[in-house]
Design a protein around this ligand. Structure first.
Ligand code: TA6
Length: 300
């Protein structure tokens, strides 16, 4: 369906519309009195979320991001699914799976208590089965209000148990990475990808003074990004997740990424709600699994 057909089919106008976004991709634009948000239907990726009264976007989205079918969009909340990180079977399949490189469909829209609800779906097709031979329905349920809710729902439509790892690989905007701390992980063990997956224990708050790429295991359900430069905190509440990934590429890796400006690393941190370590998820035939994150601002 093209953009005009989508608006007609779903009766969209006013606070929720499909518009032509960057690269000609269909974007869902929401402005409902509580918040503004922008969601790409390609990749089912929330690109922007700004509650009313907030001086800045909650999310970082690179101005050099690709908006091209087959490529991941650098920013917002990319979906890593059905595997997180490198191809677990080393078959040369794309890192972080294929959900973030796939065309999704709009399934439903609605509103509840002044919040806007959008559900997008991806079903197995020839392209997905070539990479992952399972029947599935994957849904992203987005609720835009005073806070933002993301629920990634995996439905196993096959006759066998399927195994997944996954993440909401969200890029959060920060005023200055040097003045940013991540709270809620003191004493938690993590795998340090920068040190060949060495197991370490977090001492105090996370501060970032170089490349950080860590998978925290056995995480509690609330983490906070404390951003002194913007004078705000982002609260990340989750369910269905035991691991949190914290990533900042720092200067050298950032400079080597064509879809990030050289200094972009100073303006974001990824804090990812995930099942990416021992908490692999086995979903029985006809079963479903929900990975949920809620993002809420306090301060400015
Ligand atoms: O989640 C952290 C991470 O897996 C890093 O290792 C880094 O590669 C990053 O994601 C970005 O990956 P991408 O494929 O989106 O460039």
């Amino acid at each position: 369906m093209n953009i005009a057909q989508l608006n007609t089919e779903f009766g969209l106008k006013g606070h929720l519309q499909v518009i032509e976004g960057k690269g000609g991709l269909p974007f869902i634009a929401i402005d409902n009195g509580k918040a503004k948000a922008l969601i790409s239907l390609y990749a089912a990726q929330v690109l922007s979320y700004q509650p009313n009264g907030a001086s800045d976007d909650v999310m970082f989205c690179s101005d050099l991001a690709y908006y091209q079918t087959g490529k991941a969009i650098k920013g917002g909340a990319p979906l890593c699914w059905p595997w997180f990180g490198a191809d677990p079977e080393s078959k040369g399949r794309p890192a972080h799976g294929f959900a973030r490189n796939s065309q999704w469909q709009l399934a439903s829209t609605g509103s509840r208590n002044g919040n806007t609800l959008v559900t997008m779906v991806l079903r197995d097709n020839d392209a997905t089965r070539a990479l992952w031979p399972h029947a599935f329905e994957l849904a992203l349920e987005v609720t835009v209000g005073d806070s933002l809710d993301l629920a990634l729902v995996t439905r196993n439509k096959s006759t066998q148990t399927v195994r997944i790892t996954q993440a909401l690989h969200t890029y959060f905007k920060v005023g200055d990475i040097h003045q940013t701390r991540v709270l809620g992980l003191d004493g938690v063990r993590y795998l340090d990808k920068v040190a060949n997956f060495a197991e370490k224990t977090q001492q105090g708050a996370i501060t970032v003074n170089g490349e950080v790429d860590r998978v925290y295991t056995d995480v509690s359900s609330e983490l906070v990004i404390d951003d002194a430069a913007l004078g705000r905190q982002i609260h990340i509440r989750s369910s269905g997740s035991k691991t949190a990934v914290v990533w900042n590429p720092w200067a050298e890796i950032c400079a080597g990424m064509a879809d990030l400006r050289d200094d972009a690393y100073t303006g974001f941190i990824c804090v990812e709600t995930a099942n990416a370590a021992a908490d692999v998820i086995d979903i029985p035939a006809n079963g479903e699994y929900r990975l949920v994150a809620n993002y809420q601002l306090s301060g400015r």
